[in-house]
Design a binder for this molecule. Structure first.
Ligand code: ADP
Ligand code: MG
Length: 707
């Protein structure tokens, strides 16, 4: 960044010592450059005033601009609740404007009968509209003020920041900062050549920065947004693609040429069902990687119940038949034990030794597993995070499978690489389909396989949403299903911050179920995060064997658990779960041939997003559609453990949920640039190098070593 942009913000007109401190503390803005690269997240058309009658609850707490007349004013309340209240009207309705601070000063400025432009965030209560601490000015003042443009940017802010610098003052400060920056021709020098800009129809960086803050028209605003998103995503792609090239050049994958005895024996004699077409295709894709000479880094996406475990097992046999060891890492103890049980069964009669290692393995089991993998006696090791520990030394690890990847941090995965001198092949399996854009950012060049077909005979799960007030209906339904010999899950939210709460919610629920829903003849198993692993196992075993009719659990049950006879999943306080979690939980049923059901219970009062999630769940069983929607509702930073993406790439303006096209385009542009200058060493590319670094500040993750 050039000189003028590094200047301290406090010398900008309208800032000063006090506001500068708040800016730094609240949003980390210290320099003119910092300020000008924070963009508005939304714009208000200042030439437009909403009518009070046009306001509705969907605008709760979003900025609006009104034009109304003062018809009443008064001081109300005592002490700290004392406030100044203005009754304002227009032709279509009325609202209260309320101030708690500086009320004497405001009172003097507000004249009865006069018209004001009011700018603020409405709230709605019992049909009344009120605005607390709005900004107001007379219509004359507003008209006389020189306007940069019809649009007013609204900047991300904090409570304290908006107290110190109201929206309009912020606008003035940014304008002053821009004036200073524009005295320096090298501020905002363009990293993109003219040729490149022309080819892709991009305005200059300078024009873009100006118009993002002070859009001169809606078309220029659109172009400014496009240009700035382009830059951000190009920075991301330059990082990812450079690493991809590097990895491909290394070309050091193990080669597993043989399809050997174990694989054939299993496939021809032991496999309990016919593979689906999708399973067969994916196994072929993996096999092709394993003989390519290139180290495999493959993401396997397959909706819940699509049969990923079988793919994992059979491809592990490929490794074993070629003299290598394989391991599979699961996110929970329960899931690891479950894989262990089924893989041990699969391996019966084969020349394959399977072992388990988890955090709670008893010392005997632990010693046996550790020495077995070190000596090479054990072929397949199944476990949890415990597999990553340094103590776990393999004789010859050739293949790593990671199940339900979103539970693992990127760094944890990267550690598995170091378990052999040469990196093993890696398969990352996920049931939470990752939207394409996000996959491109997170995994860069990971190859992707998709199981897009469920085993035959599955019926789509039917999902319903009940309010707590219809609880009896739900109980009645459970009774009828249990009477048919089916089993039922009832899941309570797990509150991350407080394991104790989790426990309490579950037991409260348990009690209320026994009270409201007398179940003398029903057998209930319980499973939650606070239980000892062996108790959890015992509980699971009870349910799996059919000894228990009802499993009451927290979301520890979320991933992977496989009990085909369970046909009902009741999710309590469903509004407290994220979409991908709800979908995961629902995936615990519908695993056999019977019609299965998912019942979402919620309180009567739902937030807009909570309602949207529950509606989406009732509308579709398609994990892909749900994950796209999840991304839109929550933003990328928050989604299933992919905070890493937000951390690694500090995206200011690009949106991974919606900017798919720009992402694709910048990928091609990045490849073109790198083909000519792989390390961006050429002088004309120095600004591109900066661009890459700007959006990839925290150099924590190596994206080629993602897993
Ligand atoms: P997920 O992809 O969610 O991990 P699983 O591997 O647990 O799914 O498989 C779900 C269920 O489907 C298991 O009971 C498994 O045995 C069964 N299954 C897997 N593949 C097939 C198939 N090709 N035909 C019939 N059942 C299958
Ligand atoms: Mg699974």
């Amino acid at each position: 960044m050039s000189g003028v942009l590094t200047r301290d913000i406090k010398y900008v007109g309208g800032v000063g010592e006090v506001r500068a401190k708040v800016l730094e503390k609240e949003i980390g803005v210290r320099t003119i450059g910092d300020l000008l690269t924070r963009y508005p997240y939304r714009y208000i058309d200042r030439t437009r005033h909403l009518k009070l009658g046009e306001l509705d609850e969907s605008m709760d707490n979003t900025y609006v601009q009104l034009r109304c007349r003062v018809v009443g004013k008064s001081f109300v309340g005592e002490g700290s609740r004392r406030r100044f209240v203005v009754e304002a009207v227009d032709a279509t309705g009325s609202a209260e404007l309320i101030w708690f601070q500086g009320i004497k000063w405001i009172e003097k400025r507000v004249e009865m009968g006069r018209e004001y432009i009011v700018f603020g965030r409405p709230s709605f209560f019992r049909g009344r509209i009120s605005l607390v601490h709005p900004e107001i000015e007379t219509v004359e003042q507003c008209l006389s003020r020189k306007q940069e443009s019809g649009f007013q940017g609204i900047y991300p802010s904090t409570e304290r920041l908006s107290q110190a610098i109201p929206v309009k003052a912020m606008q003035t400060i940014i304008h002053n900062a821009w004036q200073i920056a524009s005295t320096d021709a090298s501020a905002f020098a363009d990293p993109l050549s003219e040729a490149l800009r022309r080819k892709h129809g991009l305005i200059t960086l300078r024009e873009a920065i100006y118009n993002i803050h002070f859009p001169q028209s809606s078309e220029l605003l659109r172009q400014a947004q496009y240009r700035l998103k382009f830059d951000e995503l190009l920075g991301v792609q330059l990082t990812i693609q450079a690493r991809r090239t590097e990895r491909h050049v290394r070309n050091d994958g193990f080669i597993f040429p043989r399809v050997g005895d174990n694989f054939n024996a299993f496939y021809h004699n032991k496999i309990p069902f016919a593979l689906t077409g999708a399973q067969q295709r994916v196994i072929k894709e993996i096999r092709a990687d394993m003989i390519s000479g290139r180290q495999m880094n493959r993401l396997l996406q397959g909706d819940v119940g699509s049969g990923k475990t079988m793919v994992a097992f059979m491809t592990m046999l490929l490794a074993v038949d070629n003299g290598f060891q394989a391991c599979i890492m699961a996110p929970t103890e329960i899931l690891a034990r479950q894989h262990y049980a089924s893989m041990q069964r699969f391996a019966e009669g084969l020349n394959v030794r399977v072992a388990i290692l988890t955090g709670s393995s008893k010392s005997k089991e632990r010693r046996a597993s550790l020495s077995g993998v070190a000596s090479g006696e054990i072929d397949i090791l199944i476990g949890t995070h415990a597999l990553i520990e340094d103590k776990v030394q393999f004789a010859n690890l050739g293949y790593v499978v990671i199940d339900e990847q979103h539970r693992f941090g990127v760094e944890q995965r990267a550690k598995l690489w170091t378990k052999n001198q040469q990196p093993p092949h890696i398969l990352v399996m996920t049931a939470t389909p990752i939207p394409r854009t996000l996959a491109m950012t997170l995994y860069g060049d990971l190859e992707v396989s998709v199981i897009d077909e469920l085993p035959p005979g599955r019926q789509p799960i039917r999902t319903f949403h009940y309010y707590d007030s219809s609880r009896l209906k739900m109980f009645g339904f459970l009774r009828s299903e249990i009477a048919k010999g089916r089993q039922v899950y009832i899941v309570y939210p797990l509150i991350k911050e407080s394991e104790k709460m989790d426990y309490k919610d579950l037991y409260d629920g348990f009690e209320s179920i026994s009270r409201d829903f007398p179940l003398p003849n029903y057998r209930i198993a319980v499973c939650h995060g606070q239980m000892k692993p062996e108790d959890k196992d015992a509980s699971m075993a009870q349910f799996k064997s059919g000894e228990a009719d009802i499993m009451i659990a927290t979301s520890v049950i979320e991933v992977g658990v496989d009990v085909p006879n369970a046909t009902v999943m009741v999710i309590e306080s469903a509004e407290r779960f994220g979409l991908s979690q709800l979908h995961q939980l629902r995936g615990r049923v519908g695993r056999g041939g019977e019609q299965s059901y998912c019942i979402l219970m919620s309180g009567d009062k739902l937030s807009k997003e909570g309602r949207a999630r529950l509606e989406a769940m009732c509308a579709t069983n398609d994990g892909f559609r749900l994950s796209e929607l999840d991304l839109k509702l929550r933003g990328a930073g928050d989604i299933h453990g992919t905070q890493q993406s937000g951390d690694a790439f500090e995206l200011n303006i690009a949106n991974l949920a919606t900017d798919n096209q720009i992402m694709q385009l910048t990928r091609d542009v990045a490849l073109e640039i790198l083909a000519d200058d792989p390390t961006l060493a050429k002088p004309e590319n120095s600004l591109l190098r900066e661009l890459r670094e700007r959006h990839h500040r925290r150099e924590r993750i190596d994206f080629s070593d993602i897993s």
